[in-house]
Design a protein around this ligand. Sequence first.
Ligand SMILES: Cc1cc2nc3c(=O)[nH]c(=O)nc-3n(C[C@H](O)[C@H](O)[C@H](O)COP(=O)(O)OP(=O)(O)OC[C@H]3O[C@@H](n4cnc5c(N)ncnc54)[C@H](O)[C@@H]3O)c2cc1C
Length: 372
Amino acid sequence: MVSSRKTLDALVVGAGPAGIGTALALSAIDDLVLGVVDRGEVGQTFLDWPDGQTFLTPSFTGNGFGATDLNAVHPRTSPAFSLGVDYPTGPQFAKYLRSVVKHFRVPVLSDTDVTAVEPTGDGFEVETSRGSVRAQAVVWAGGEFSDRPDARVAGISLADHSATAEAWQDRHGRVIVIGGYESGIDIACHHVERGALVTVVDRESPWDAGAGSDPSFRLAPRSRMRLNAAHATGRLTLTGAHASSIKRDDAEWIVSVDDGTKIRADSRPIAATGFGPGLGPVASLFARRPDGWPELDQDDQSTIAPGLFLSGPAIRHGGLKFCFVYKFRQRFAHVARVIGEAQGKDCGALEEWRTAGMLTDDLSCCGVECAC
Ligand SMILES: Cc1cc2nc3c(=O)[nH]c(=O)nc-3n(C[C@H](O)[C@H](O)[C@H](O)COP(=O)(O)OP(=O)(O)OC[C@H]3O[C@@H](n4cnc5c(N)ncnc54)[C@H](O)[C@@H]3O)c2cc1C
């Protein structure tokens, strides 16, 4: 039960990589009373990934030489080591997370939906489907996967979002994908590989992004390789234009782009238009940046509800996006230390994260460009 009246030092909501990773850092702090809840199971989002989807960031066990596996959530773990694969599928990564939870005895309560979070002045009252709990600090790690804002395209309800199983089912003939960053290229290549004729439309032409080294703004090498292979089939067209509307015409779907061209498809268009911050019941406890993402202080804490932290891919600082595991994990130990020190606890054990290259507490060092 969550309804014990004892106050937790920290409650983590979400048992994906962000929640489990932050919980592991919090667990390293002596005497910190911690709870983790998830409305599903550990790694639920990865269990829900459509068949065919894999990681695009590779895993490799470089841990012993200070190059911690890019997809690891704890310095002494490696998905490549435990799974024996370099690009895990969703269920494989969920298995890795479960093994980490078991090994480090992270206190996770599954099937527990958080429905409300109320600041009380000296902490938070958290309502869940199993009762209420008090916590001095709350870390929101609810992920982005279930937050699929409608793209500004008239008739978007005629499209399948790329995160749905329907979008990954075999399609014949002409297929249209709206959105050409990672998820768009991923699903476009998937359908080309199965024989479809695919057109990708995106006004930003992300496949051309030449400037900058940050993988949040340019396609990963694996995606580029797949794109080249898809191109070589002659069945892939990339169009640098904005899709303005979708209409149905008998057996066809017609996507109009802003230069007046109409592109026809034999199945529902696929909207690879991204995800929102996924703040659920804490949405009103974060101020918003002009671009709509949550406003955070330098410690990833809400600027209007102190004690409420964000962990995961929705973290933004200036122009920096923390949308991959290897990026947002840099903040696990920092957030844990801010929470621990506010409660007068010894946080020395968190230096292990720094030694493993898994702690960035000075954000000015991020964003360096590669020379070649
Ligand atoms: C299709 C896709 C591919 C990606 N590929 C990569 C990749 O290759 N490499 C990479 O580094 N990153 C990748 N990412 C980005 C990122 O790593 C993932 O989004 C990752 O799942 C984020 O981890 P998370 O812990 O924040 O969220 P999640 O894994 O989504 O975990 C959030 C958890 O919170 C729970 N939850 C949500 N709301 C509540 C609530 N109200 N109460 C209780 N529990 C709740 C959910 O059940 C879920 O288990 C990808 C993302 C997507 C969508």
